[in-house]
Design a binder for this molecule. Structure first.
Ligand code: ADP
Ligand code: MG
Length: 559
């Protein structure tokens, strides 16, 4: 027998699990069942692409066996199993993504699905078990191995016996305490309830021997108990079900079960298309950005299934970059199973599906904006930046799709407004969409350049993010109205009288201005008279397309 220590990070995670920051212990079963299902998926997928393996659907199932005498709960599967090496690497270390997430430990708030965040479901077993035993025989090995651990002390591995390929996970439950009851996880009704709640859509049967009761003889009042194996789940994937059968809660549970996020999704879309292309999809708009969303670590993509069989975990081609926050899956019977990644990119069906999905997401976001403003603003808080980058990226190729989805804070009540809202309330004499740039709303409001525009009663958009001005430069105009920075020398507000007055002042003060320009040599290009100042004596302004703020960004960029 070999005795090993857990890797350091695994150890800390285990400690957290055991001390249960997690609100619902019952999800351990969801995690173990989904691992079992993944393992069967793997053997199923192999049989589809490897002729030497045959797949008889009846041979693949998950069994749950409670034993009240031993206080054990066993979850068995007929999946692909694990070799000795796999037991070590899969159960002795936490996944890479998990270790990244782990660093965010301090930001975890109550009630969030920790496991979902880490993607390390197996460890959830330790929330309810004082000892976890894994007996596994791999498809690729003649020997079976037993992995066993009682928590943070480490684990042991030894050779063992097992007849069929697959894995048994045997949990020896913790003793009950005043606060926590673990016995409940041995009760048939409770197990049924948890399976129904979280794992109903699992594609393989989840079987359990249940106790039933029948009359001793026909018409008798005496009853006898008997045992019968029952399948607890309906096995229909959620996306194959009718929308009318499903509640918001079902979609939310599925979101967590699939580890799409640890928040509660803001919105879900259930799409069924049955035309020249056929596909089902469930898409989610998350409420919060994943911690790595605005880093290069973040990988966009949707799960891709062909007739219920997972063929790719993150199909990036299904989502444009500006909708990279969308989570979910697509299942299409028209995709070939043993399609390679390279072929997928060429796939015409996939391109059509991607376009279709993009339009549905856009429409859903517009609906959200129109009908559930508060939710939309929440969404925009988390993901608005990626939409604005979308306007700018690819030389503005997506601006049509995005221009009605972007928002900015404005001088009117300091609230978020859409471009449509801005333009529709522009007074007739206003020619341009005005904006001002700065680090914060407070600083923008103090800018002398905003005075004249504000004085005219014109609304000003506040650009506080670097991307803002680049995005609208790409848009150029919205509904035929051009954008104009308040620091532009030519605001389009001045009357011809005012212009004359400025010219006169410039002539009168020619000597003074030239002297000032000389003193400020290399700092300003020229000094001129302005009519835009009310309370401030001077301000900086620009000529041409690049504003002072853009210059700052451009100068800060590495070249
Ligand atoms: P995840 O499922 O997110 O990969 P888990 O902690 O749930 O993370 O599981 C870790 C790994 O252990 C899995 O990726 C899989 O390789 C392996 N594993 C867990 N349970 C089983 C099982 N029942 N059969 C085969 N492999 C398993
Ligand atoms: Mg898992």
């Amino acid at each position: 027998m070999e005795k090993k220590e857990f890797h350091a990070e695994s150890k800390r995670l285990l400690e957290m699990m055991i001390n249960s920051i997690y609100t619902k212990k019952e999800v351990f079963l969801r995690e173990l069942i989904s691992n079992a299902s993944d393992a069967i998926d793997k053997i199923y997928y192999k049989s589809l692409t490897d002729d030497s393996l045959s797949f008889n659907k009846d041979d693949y199932y998950i069994t749950i066996t409670p034993n009240k005498d031993d206080r054990t709960l066993t979850i068995s599967d007929t999946g692909i199993g694990m070799t000795k090496e796999e037991l070590e690497s899969n159960l002795g270390t936490i996944a890479k993504s998990g270790s990244l997430a782990f660093k965010k430990e301090n930001e975890i708030k109550d009630g969030f699905d920790i496991i979902g965040q880490f993607g390390v479901g197996f460890y959830a077993a330790f929330m309810v078990a004082k000892k976890v035993t894994v007996l596994s025989k791999s498809l690729n090995s003649d020997d079976a191995y037993k992995w066993e651990s009682s928590g943070i002390d480490g684990y042991t591995i030894e050779k063992s016996e097992k007849n069929n390929v697959g894995t048994d996970i045997i949990l020896t439950l913790k003793e009950n305490t005043d606060q926590d009851n673990y016995d409940e996880f041995l009760e048939e009704w409770r197990i049924k309830e948890i399976v129904k709640k979280y794992s109903d859509f699992i594609r393989y049967p989840i079987k359990m021997e249940v106790t039933k009761r029948k009359p001793k003889e026909e018409d008798s009042n005496e009853y006898v108990d008997y045992k019968e194996v029952e399948t607890l789940n309906s096995m229909v994937p959620i996306w194959k079900k009718n929308k009318s059968e499903l509640k918001d809660e079902d979609y939310e549970n599925f979101y967590n079960e699939k580890h799409f996020g640890f928040d509660k999704p803001l919105k879900h879309l259930h799409i069924k298309v049955d035309g020249t292309i056929r596909y089902d999809a469930i898409l989610y708009i998350p409420e919060m950005a994943p911690f790595n969303f605005y880093t290069t670590d973040y990988e966009k993509g949707l799960e891709l299934y062909s007739n219920g069989v997972l063929i790719m975990e993150k199909c990036a081609d299904l989502l444009p970059d500006h909708f990279s926050f969308v989570k979910g899956l697509v299942d299409s019977p028209d995709l070939s199973l043993n399609i390679s990644r390279e072929m997928l990119q060429q796939d015409r069906q996939l391109k059509v599906i991607a376009k279709n999905i993009k339009n549905k997401i856009k429409r859903e976001l517009l609906n959200l904006l129109k009908n559930e403003r508060e939710k939309y603003e929440k969404f925009y808080d988390a993901f608005g930046r990626v939409l604005k980058y979308g306007v700018y990226n690819d030389f503005g190729a997506h601006k049509e799709d995005l221009q009605d989805l972007i928002m900015f804070y404005s001088s009117k009540e300091r609230k978020l407004v859409t471009l449509d809202e801005y333009v529709s309330r522009m007074p007739e004499e206003q020619k341009y969409i005005y904006y001002a740039t700065g680090d914060s709303i407070e600083r923008i409001e103090k800018l002398p350049q905003t005075e004249l525009v504000a004085d005219k009663g014109f609304e000003i958009l506040y650009f506080t993010e670097d991307v803002d001005e680049f995005a609208i430069k790409m848009l150029m105009k919205y509904k035929d109205k051009e954008f104009k920075s308040v620091s532009d020398r030519n605001l389009g507000i001045e009357s011809s009288d005012e212009k004359q007055q400025i010219e006169d002042e410039e002539k009168e003060n020619k000597g003074l201005f030239e002297h000032m320009a000389k003193v400020l040599e290399n700092k300003v290009k020229k000094v001129i008279a302005s009519n835009r100042l009310k309370t401030h004596p001077v301000c900086l302004s620009t000529e041409g397309d690049i504003t002072i703020e853009m210059e700052k960004v451009l100068n800060a960029m590495p070249n």
